[in-house]
Design a protein around this ligand. Structure first.
Ligand SMILES: Nc1ncnc2c1ncn2[C@@H]1O[C@H](COP(=O)(O)OP(=O)(O)OP(=O)(O)O)[C@@H](O)[C@H]1O
Ligand SMILES: [Mg+2]
Length: 251
């Protein structure tokens, strides 16, 4: 039996039937505003608070201050404390882009990761990370190397990606194949019922609930309602997708 790393996100660990398999690299995709960064932060925050597991947060999009403010706003009250204690380590936009040469920076980080005492890692986002490479071949080589190093270092990782998740138009990129798990966060421009969903599309080495489940972002972070009937991606639409469909959502 594989060991599981719990996200601590209510509902999500049960959809995953225990959590994320230890040492896996999981891609979390979605459009802007779907909650990718919050999910990443919550994974690290819960790691420290609930399971005494330290985490690394790599971001190309924000400064440590931005992240701290986002954390306060969502109710991760001890975020700054965990940073000060070194239980969450941030490589932010400033750190990552300080040196003119990105490949030097990357080598430094990869070196740090190889001797790391941390258990969890979040890269927010892979999309930005890939912009630093000139061509697709280089992107792929680095992605492969990066994922290898995460695994060799014993990290269980969440990599976010700007990627639409509206089946069947979802483009399946190489990133989806190279990672062990694919989770999509979905937001629809719906009316009165919940209009956020999560869909776990693949998790190597573990059984999953392969339906869409409602999700809410609120004080305290993300909650997944695994007891609400899951929506099949192939079958009926959840509320807010196409035609009005009666019931099935949250109040
Ligand atoms: N305190 C809060 N309470 C309720 N909802 C919140 C709160 N803070 C943020 N949100 C919601 O979370 C959304 C942003 O989530 P997040 O920043 O994780 O998205 P993202 O997928 O990372 O977006 P991007 O691709 O732009 O980085 C906001 O659009 C907002 O609707
Ligand atoms: Mg984000």
């Amino acid at each position: 039996m594989p060991e599981f790393v719990k996200t601590g996100v209510e509902g999500l660990d049960s959809i995953l039937n225990g959590g994320i398999v230890e040492n896996a690299a999981v891609l979390v995709s979605g459009n802007p505003g779907t909650g990718k960064s919050i999910l990443g932060m919550q994974y690290l925050y819960n790691g420290v608070e609930m399971f005494d597991e330290g985490g690394i947060y790599l971001t190309f999009e924000e400064t440590a201050d931005d992240i701290s403010q986002a954390g306060q706003s969502i109710g991760f009250d001890r975020w700054d404390e965990f940073i000060e204690e070194g239980r969450i380590k941030i490589y932010d936009k400033r750190t990552l882009l300080r040196s003119g040469d990105f490949s030097d920076t990357l080598d430094t980080i990869l070196g740090d990761l190889q001797n790391t005492k941390y258990d969890r890692l979040v890269l927010d986002s892979l999309t930005m990370f890939q912009l630093f490479f000139d061509d697709e071949t280089e992107q792929r080589q680095y992605l492969l190397k990066f994922i290898d190093i995460l695994k060799d270092s014993g990290l269980t990782s969440v990599l976010t990606m700007e990627q639409s998740a509206v089946f069947p138009d979802t483009e399946i990129g190489l990133e989806n194949f190279l990672t062990d798990g694919n989770i999509y966060l979905i937001q629809s421009p719906a009316g009165s019922t919940s209009n956020r969903y999560i869909w776990v599309a693949k998790m190597r080495k573990q059984p999953i609930e392969n339906s869409m489940f409602p999700l809410e972002i609120e004080e305290g972070g993300i909650q997944v309602y695994e007891q609400a009937a899951g929506f099949s991606m192939m079958g009926e639409s959840p509320p807010g997708f196409g035609e009005e469909s009666p019931g099935g959502g949250l109040e």
